[in-house]
Design a protein around this ligand. Structure first.
Ligand SMILES: Nc1ncnc2c1ncn2[C@@H]1O[C@H](COP(=O)(O)OP(=O)(O)OP(=O)(O)O)[C@@H](O)[C@H]1O
Ligand SMILES: [Mg+2]
Length: 282
């Protein structure tokens, strides 16, 4: 089943002169890990806002085309009902914090309390999520007094706990150091392993190549390239759209130029190591 379908979606913000999205058609299947990449201003966050119904429910402007979430046209769905199906992590984690809770623990419990979940169940789920996201150390801290990176982890924990089917995650690692970035990808992978559908906006190509099932490249509001990580990353056009290739792919390209052909271009470090070993007869 397709969780997210866009048919010829074009959108322009109220006072903007250009379309933020231009004739975008795409499908994201149940359980798929789909990454959206592209330059600053290419329309990634706008696309996220379409998928979670904020366009056109909050943002005015002209929206053309059709958006189906779990098979239902969002034009006919209430935002409240959509919120039980789509979880969202904002690009800026600071804006995600409720402002109501005094501690991270309360922050995580907040969404479930609103849904009228039993206190025992809330306690168990908060404990589970604190453990899974390695945020136990912050449980009694005020969410506003955390660093940007710590807030990003709490924002992820706060949607993990809600158990929606579709997770839309906009640049969750922008403020994170390498170790925390890996931790966040592990949490997102965990969400995928739980059967959730992931729509991730990211720039970190190493991790995108390793974890995604599907990549969509946006340029000036258009889908210009899509496919498996291998199809997209090894497409010579990929680098044109202000996307960086994984380092190992660049190394593969550099070696090829010098006449060293490893076979297929590597897109992950593990692949590169395997190919170099084979090449060297080890
Ligand atoms: N609220 C808004 N009103 C008017 N124009 C907007 C608004 N938000 C975004 N835009 C414009 O829409 C286009 C797409 O913006 P969007 O935020 O979706 O890009 P993005 O790919 O997420 O960029 P970034 O990588 O910087 O986060 C840009 O040209 C931007 O200036
Ligand atoms: Mg953005």
């Amino acid at each position: 089943m397709d969780r997210v379908v866009l048919n010829h979606v074009t959108y322009r913000y109220p006072i903007a002169e250009e379309n933020a999205l231009n004739d975008v058609s795409l499908r994201i299947k149940e359980g798929e890990f789909c990454s959206i990449i592209g330059a600053n201003g290419s329309g990634k966050t706008t696309l996220c806002n379409v998928i979670r119904g904020f366009i056109p429910k909050f943002y005015q402007g002209d929206l053309e085309g059709q958006v189906l979430i779990n098979g239902r046209d969002i034009a006919q769905v209430e935002l409240g009902s959509l919120a039980t199906e789509v979880g969202f992590v904002f690009q800026n984690p600071f804006t995600q914090i409720s402002g109501i809770a005094n501690t991270v623990y309360e922050e995580l419990a907040f969404g479930l309390e609103n849904m009228g979940v039993e206190p025992d169940v809330i306690r168990r789920r908060v404990e589970d999520v604190l453990r899974l996201t390695k945020t136990e150390a912050f449980r009694d801290r005020n969410p506003y007094q955390l660093s940007g990176g710590q807030q990003q982890r709490i924002a992820l924990a706060a949607i993990l706990i809600m158990e929606q089917d579709i997770m839309v995650i906009d640049e969750p690692t922008s403020q994170l150091d390498p170790q925390s970035t890996d931790d966040v990808f592990e949490v997102i992978k965990l969400m995928k392993d739980m059967g959730r559908t992931i729509v991730l906006v990211e720039h970190k190509m190493e991790q995108i190549a390793r974890y995604s099932d599907h990549i969509i490249v946006l340029d000036q509001g258009r889908v210009v390239l899509e496919g498996t990580p291998r199809e997209v990353i090894t497409n010579p056009d990929c680098a044109k759209y202000h996307t960086r290739l994984p380092q190992c792919t660049n190394i593969g390209l550099g070696l090829k130029k010098r006449g060293v052909d490893l076979g297929e271009l590597p897109i992950t470090t593990d692949e590169a190591v395997g190919q170099i070993c084979t090449y060297m007869g080890r």
